[in-house]
Design a protein around this ligand. Structure first.
Ligand SMILES: C[S@@+](CC[C@H](N)C(=O)[O-])C[C@H]1O[C@@H](n2cnc3c(N)ncnc32)[C@H](O)[C@@H]1O
Length: 324
């Protein structure tokens, strides 16, 4: 979102769209870089402490990265036109209508294809890394320390992990680098994103990728020791957040752990509050403003989960819950 702050300033007054406005502080570039540097130090400290092995992003050769960058740049003019026109429902058409919930059928971030096309799945990781200044994978890895706590002293082969909204499988890749024989399921509503995940994760076994909706997780009650969920909740309407939490509580075993990694919320890092306010003014993020003030401790409690702690991770945070 650092890139966002710059973009918002650059675009001021250029195109007749209202300027992105913030009523709260926006971090300057120096602050963003300092906070990114401390995330890099935290990542290295985790490796040195043996919390996770030296990570391998496994994003392919330089040529394939260039190819993906090309796809990303190629889409920018279309993203720009959609932003100008306020157009965000192209993915709602005769082929998709009724096959996915309405809230899902939108061009989040104004990206072409929403979650529904192969090209969008290929472009996704480059787009996320640009948005986070190249820290997206470091942010994802901050789900691993609380997982290691939960798994300490246990036989990985007997544990079960679900990654809901696994997208292209980047978190699962890091989970597998830590626990190669941990049986994992990646669940997502996007077939193209799961195909991309399958390619990314093709060398791992003990792994299933399944198409499904987090509001109706296709798993038995009390079957999972851990659930992870990255960058998804800010894209869900409030009632869906609650439905997904009820499903988390249902499928977790007693003593099981839930780790959600998503955007900071208002007040978590007061110097970033203005940046958070500007995000949905620049990107199509229809539920983000509401997300900023959501009370996840309360949602968890209503669902039967206990909030253990939250940790800020650059522009994101890890929220950790246990099932008593
Ligand atoms: C912003 S992406 C995050 C992907 C991935 N977790 C990551 O680390 O980048 C959000 C993902 O959530 C999925 N998703 C959104 N709503 C969902 C739902 N109700 N059930 C399952 N998947 C959902 C989307 O298909 C998309 O892959």
């Amino acid at each position: 979102m650092g890139r966002l702050a710059e973009k918002a300033r650059e675009r001021d007054g250029q195109n007749g769209r209202p300027r992105a406005r913030a009523t709260a502080p926006v971090p300057d570039r120096g602050r963003l870089y300092r906070d990114m540097a401390s995330l890099f130090r935290r990542d290295l400290a985790n490796v040195e402490a043996g919390v996770y092995p030296l990570p391998q992003d496994r994003d392919g050769s330089l040529l394939s990265l260039l190819d993906r960058s090309g796809l990303f740049f190629e889409d920018l003019p279309r993203v720009h036109s959609r932003r100008q026109a306020g157009e965000h429902s192209e993915v709602l058409n005769d082929n998709t209508r009724g096959r996915r919930p309405r809230y899902y059928l939108q061009n989040f971030h104004f990206q072409t294809g929403g979650w529904m096309t192969e090209d969008s799945a290929k472009r996704y990781d480059m787009q996320v890394e640009v948005l986070f200044y190249g820290t997206a994978n470091l942010i994802r890895r901050q789900a691993l320390p609380p997982l290691r706590e939960a798994f300490a002293g246990r036989d990985q082969r007997r544990l079960r992990l679900l990654d809901l909204g696994c997208g292209t499988g980047r978190l699962l890749n890091f989970v597998k680098q830590c626990w190669p024989r941990l049986p994992c399921i990646g669940l997502d509503m996007s077939e193209p994103y799961l195909r991309e995940a399958r390619r990314h994760l093709d060398s791992w076994s003990w792994l299933k990728l399944v198409v499904g909706n987090g509001e109706m997780i296709p798993l038995p009650d009390a079957s999972q020791d851990a659930i992870t969920n990255v960058f998804m909740f800010h894209e869900l309407p409030p009632e869906v957040r609650r439905a997904v939490f009820r499903e988390f509580a249902r499928v977790l075993k007693p003593g099981g752990r839930l780790i959600i990694l998503d955007s900071l919320q208002r007040g978590d890092e007061p110097d970033y509050d203005g940046l958070l306010e500007m995000f949905p003014q620049n990107f199509h993020e229809p539920y983000y403003a509401d997300y900023l003030d959501e009370d996840f401790g309360h949602i968890a409690q209503e669902a039967g989960l206990r909030h253990i702690r939250s940790e800020n991770v650059f522009v994101s945070k890890a929220m950790i819950f246990d099932k008593p």
